[in-house]
Design a protein around this ligand. Structure first.
Ligand code: AMP
Length: 282
């Protein structure tokens, strides 16, 4: 695996690949890799000639400075995992390399930029859109791979790509979970043993919500029951449980049969913010 830290080296590689007609896949990450990330590299490997991974902890998408400082950094292990996953090139720039000359972009996110994560993490998606735009313009990938784990993030990137007519295809890959159902996340490393044991309750809450919808409860009833369910575990502090239309991510007040619905949840556990979602057909 080729490891590159500077933009001129990256551009040279990209130009070389393009001149040979090779297709490029991009997997952007913030490191502290786990099998959820690795699944994206496996999807990419099947679809393009050359896979580029990035590791960059994007300060401007953190709305909480402690979350940024404490974000796990496991560089050596990350490299080993990417070698194993047959990643072709790893781009791991430092902050100056990325933020100098970084453009502001003008994207009208509309309601998607106001609900759920946007409401609880002001400025987050602006930071995400800017870094992803930066990588898209440097790497010019044919396909970029993201996880359903960050469903709203995917929708934001989709909106940006559409509005700015960026020539890249986006792929959303399924959530990879631990055996007990907890969605894999770099932040899970920061959970205490006790909290780690409690963490799968978040996924349990989503499944409970899914069952309630199937039995005909309204979104308001579901939300209220999930709040009560989570209250039984005082280590959690629930931020939101939302029942949203999968296409628009707007909250739905009535669930119509046959619709694709995203059930999204965010909660603090042990001071660590966890998010998860499931997609159901009502
Ligand atoms: P991050 O390093 O947290 O920025 O995540 C990088 C990419 O990995 C994003 O597209 C995430 O949605 C994706 N990802 C994170 N966790 C998982 C998971 N458990 N399963 C699948 N994809 C994931």
């Amino acid at each position: 695996m080729n490891i590159i830290k500077t933009i001129p080296e990256l551009l040279e590689q990209v130009e070389n690949l393009k001149s040979k007609g090779k297709t490029i896949g991009l997997v952007p990450t913030m490191g502290a890799l786990h099998n959820g990330h690795i699944s994206l590299f496996k999807h990419a490997k099947k679809e393009v000639d050359y896979v580029i991974g990035t590791i960059f902890i994007n300060r401007i998408q953190f709305n909480n400075s402690e979350d940024f400082t404490k974000y796990p950094r496991t560089e050596e292990k990350d490299r080993e995992m990417l070698e194993m996953a047959n990643c072709d090139l790893l781009f791991m720039p430092d902050e100056d390399e990325i933020y100098q000359g970084m453009q502001h972009i003008n994207v009208e996110l509309g309601a998607i930029g106001e609900v759920m994560e946007a409401q609880y993490r002001p400025g987050h998606f602006d930071g995400v859109a800017r870094i992803v735009y930066r990588f898209f313009s440097l790497i010019k990938p044919d396909i970029a791979f993201f996880g359903q784990k960050d469903l709203q993030q995917f929708k934001v990137i989709e909106t940006m790509t559409r509005q700015l007519n960026l020539p890249v295809e986006l792929k959303m890959c399924p959530i990879i979970r631990e055996d007990d159902g907890l969605a894999m996340s770099s932040r899970n490393m920061r959970l205490s043993d006790e909290a780690r044991e409690m963490a799968p309750k978040l996924f349990a809450a989503l499944n409970y919500a899914g069952d309630l919808i199937e039995f005909g409860d309204s979104p308001d009833q579901v939300k209220s029951k999930v709040h009560k369910f989570i209250e039984k575990f005082p280590a959690f502090s629930l931020e939101y449980i939302e029942i949203a239309d999968l296409e628009t991510l707007m909250p739905v007040s009535v669930v119509k049969r046959g619709e694709k619905i995203a059930l999204c949840i965010a909660a603090f556990l042990d001071g660590i913010r966890l998010i998860d979602n499931i997609i159901i057909i009502s």
